[in-house]
Ligand binder design. Structure first.
Ligand code: AMP
Length: 173
């Protein structure tokens, strides 16, 4: 059995959550299984060893879980990208389109800058809107986005094309 197949057994699918038509990938069984959690963090880190990553930019909130573990493994700093109103210091904001309306993400203005080589991390790549907004936020500050890493890619939604960067994921649906 491949690593991806092992981890897939620890992902629970919840139909119509948080709204009708969404098949939610619940990763909490994976997080709670010591062996699976370690394997997932290793599998998300390994492709980026040697890529000169200086900062892992993790997206609220499930991205934080993996971001911390991956940054530690890569010897990189950790930067939280958060929903509006959560960061205490001066912030940059990037808005992005949702199915209905818009949402926004914020990052501290001094979090990354020229010379930084960034890996963006989240749990799931769906349409790519969240990661693309994070990418714009990081690049606005002169940092380079080397790539994006996810535990899960919902490849039928085509999010990878929205990023135009190296994308690595462990499990594909
Ligand atoms: P997107 O911006 O469409 O790529 O959506 C990515 C964000 O939404 C990530 O932060 C995911 O945690 C969350 N997400 C999207 N679709 C799902 C899904 N089917 N199951 C769990 N989380 C999802």
């Amino acid at each position: 059995m491949t690593t991806a197949d092992q981890l897939r057994l620890r992902i629970r699918e919840i139909p119509d959550y948080p709204k009708p038509g969404i098949l939610f990938k619940d990763i909490t069984p994976l997080l709670g299984d010591p062996a699976a959690w370690r394997v997932a963090c290793e599998a998300m880190s390994t492709p980026w060893q040697g890529a000169g990553i200086t900062h892992v930019v993790a997206v609220e909130s499930r991205g934080f879980l993996f971001g911390g573990a991956i940054a530690d493994r890569l010897g990189a700093g950790l930067v939280p990208v958060r929903k509006p109103g959560k960061l205490p210091y001066d912030r940059s904001r990037e808005e992005y389109a949702l199915e209905y309306g818009t949402d926004a993400l914020e990052m501290h203005v001094d979090a990354v800058g020229p010379g930084a080589r960034v890996l963006i991390v989240d749990d799931v790549l769906a349409t790519g809107g969240t990661a693309a907004a994070t990418l714009r936020l990081v690049e606005r500050h002169g940092a380079e986005v080397v790539g994006c890493g996810f535990l899960i890619e919902l490849s039928f939604l085509g999010g990878r094309a929205a990023l135009g960067r190296r994308v690595e994921r462990v499990i594909e649906y």
